[in-house]
Design a protein. Structure first.
Length: 290
């Protein structure tokens, strides 16, 4: 067994099996005389449920994930070469691919008996977006060994805005009229570019606002469920606390009873020895008299 084999085995397990399996593999490596491997295995961290679900999808649906990671390579190449057409094409494909994979992660988690909370969609989407934009994140997702969801806070590649060509001059204007007309058309073109840029910024802001609102709604639902769970657990703890208090009272009574029984047993044992000595003495006196 080497480290990669051990890590792949562990991160393919459901979260509740991880810790015990990790410790068992570390002991196995130590017993085999490889203390360094045992230390590396023991240092592996248990994944969150969302990270585990993404890891499972990387194993079970590698082809689907591979298409997204390939799109990420195309995106980074297009950005390096400032290819606006390629960036626009990748952008059109990106949203649908990410959406399909978010559903795939949910399906894999549910199939393994661990359905995800509604708020998990945002963490899955952020992880997949990070894999598209960042090469290191893409490798982490591909290997299927995430311990927690990823996010990307750097600059996100976007299409390069190329200046529009200057409008062609109209046929045979007078020199001054031609300059005035060219200036007017230049200003109009600049105004159109500015309006288009603002429209694109508005569309992006609205999309971000919708995503933020969806995330807020998901977390509100998660908070409500967490509050219900907290109330249930609190009631259970209170009931167990009362039960523990009663059990302690019973234990105290049992301790007292045991102490009394031990003391009285000791007294009875001394009385029995004394009575036995007197009986022996009486028997000896009788024998002597006879």
């Amino acid at each position: 067994m080497d480290f990669d084999e051990a890590a792949d085995r562990l991160y393919g397990m459901v979260p509740e099996e991880f810790t015990a399996a990790r410790d068992a593999l570390a002991k196995e490596a130590k017993a085999a005389g490889d203390a360094a491997l045992a230390k590396r295995i023991r240092a592996l961290r248990k994944p969150t449920v969302v990270a585990w679900a993404v890891n499972r999808t990387a194993r079970e649906r590698s082809q689907e994930l591979g298409r997204l990671l390939d799109l990420g390579r195309r995106l980074r190449d297009a950005w390096r070469t400032q290819d606006a057409d390629a960036l626009a094409e990748v952008g059109r494909e990106r949203a649908s691919l990410v959406a399909r994979l978010v559903r795939a992660v949910r399906e894999e988690a549910e199939a393994a008996g661990h359905p995800l909370a509604p708020a998990a969609d945002l963490e899955i989407e952020q992880t997949l977006d990070a894999a598209v934009v960042d090469e290191e994140a893409a490798e982490q997702v591909r290997r299927g060994r995430l311990t927690r969801p990823l996010s990307y806070s750097g600059f996100t590649p976007a299409p390069v805005v190329r200046p529009a060509p200057e409008p062609a001059a109209r046929a045979k204007p007078t020199p001054k009229a031609g300059r005035d007309e060219a200036e007017r058309e230049r200003r109009e073109a600049e105004h159109e570019r500015r309006v288009k840029s603002l429209e694109e910024a508005l569309a992006e802001a609205e999309r971000a606002a919708r995503e933020a609102e969806r995330g807020r709604a998901d977390w509100a639902a998660e908070r409500t469920e967490a509050e219900r769970e907290h109330e249930r657990r609190t009631a259970k703890v209170e009931a167990l606390t009362d039960k523990l208090a009663r059990a302690k009272e019973k234990l105290k009574s049992a301790d007292h009873r045991l102490e009394v029984a031990r003391r009285e047993e000791t007294n009875a044992e001394r009385a029995a020895r004394s009575a036995r000595r007197r009986a022996d003495q009486a028997r000896a006196a009788l024998d002597e008299t006879r």
